[in-house]
Design a protein around this ligand. Sequence first.
Ligand code: PHE
Length: 429
Amino acid sequence: MFFNFFTETKVMRYELTEEGERYLKEGLPERRLVEALKKAEDTSVSFLKNKIKDFAIALSWCKKNGWVEIRNGKIHLIKEPERYEIEDALRKVHNKESPDERLLAVLLKRNLVREVGEDVRKKALEQLEKGVKHLTPELIKSGLWRRVKFPEYNIEIIGKRAYPGKRHVISLFIEKIRKIFFDMGFREVEGPLVESSFWNFDALYQPQDHPARDLADTFYMKRPESTSLPERELVERVKKTHENGWETGSTGWGYEWDANIAKSAVMRTHTTAVSARMLGKIKPPVKLFCVGRVFRNETIDYKHLPEFTQIEGIVADERANFRHLLGYLREFYRRLGFEKIRFRPAYFPYTEMSVEPEVYFEERGEWLELGGAGIFRPEVTMPLGIRYPVLAWGLGLERPIMLKLGLNDIRNFYYRNDLEFLRGVKIWL
Ligand code: PHE
């Protein structure tokens, strides 16, 4: 028995409605009218109306078929049909044969026949019970094969779709990215989601009045109300760098740095905060990466969410230079399957030079920005005790996935919980 018992499969079958059943017994109304016209002495509408059951239906079909005409209140038979094909079709449905499609459509429209689903599995079982599984020499020789029932296998039925458990497309993609960085010799690091302003902004030489720090862009925490700052000397160096450049050769921002602002707790706005924390702890050469959630006070739309994921990386090496940075980025995207990328000059308070990598989006014929990158400024590295170049980048995760999947709305990933979408995502990795 090869039938799949785990799929309940329905196919369409037709059966007569009560009206259809009755017409099959009593004859079609149009046939009864034609018959009556042949015999009756009085063929007036007013007379036949009361004589013939379903008169209105009968008259309308007789007229439609061009069999009768009404003149002076009398019905004239102008052409007697040779066959009543509708009746034939009714009989076929009754006998479980399939009528001509055109006629079936008329029957359905006239409500003489209805569609019913049939459980093919049940039917196959019934047939098996009654029928014969294997054709044997005896059956052939005796000619009995003509009469026994063999189970029918409908090989055209599409099985029920199976939805095995699978990981969310975002975490699949994160796995892929981690693998790429491991393969390129990077070590993975992480940091807290609730971060001090010190590591999220101040250590990155972002002035305390920088617009990105605004409530409109950053989520500030009520609890913890404040965080503790790192060792005094380090904080002192950061403070001086902001105020007058300290020993970095910079003039600084020229304002009075406030430790209380640096203590406030935020939902980290970028994973660059993790890199900042790492800078004080590393010995070159070192290559680190971090994939993590970040939070910004954005209005939700097709390409913005208040939380998304960044892919952060740093390469610290005496000999690292800007070409290396572009090479790492190009290689990373190449391994993700994006060949056509370019770099645009950009600005970040913590890097110089700065670039924004962009990928070419074939479908729209547009370049799409993927994130930011650059070499950390001395104002960032020197207060943390670093005297060599550190390449850094922070890339968006969701955009490349959207490109891969051909999606045009980022909300599909987190907010819609659209099962249809989640089930349909190809696991291409
Ligand atoms: N932190 C930047 C952002 O979130 C990206 C960036 C990271 C830029 C590291 C330069 C260096 O957009």
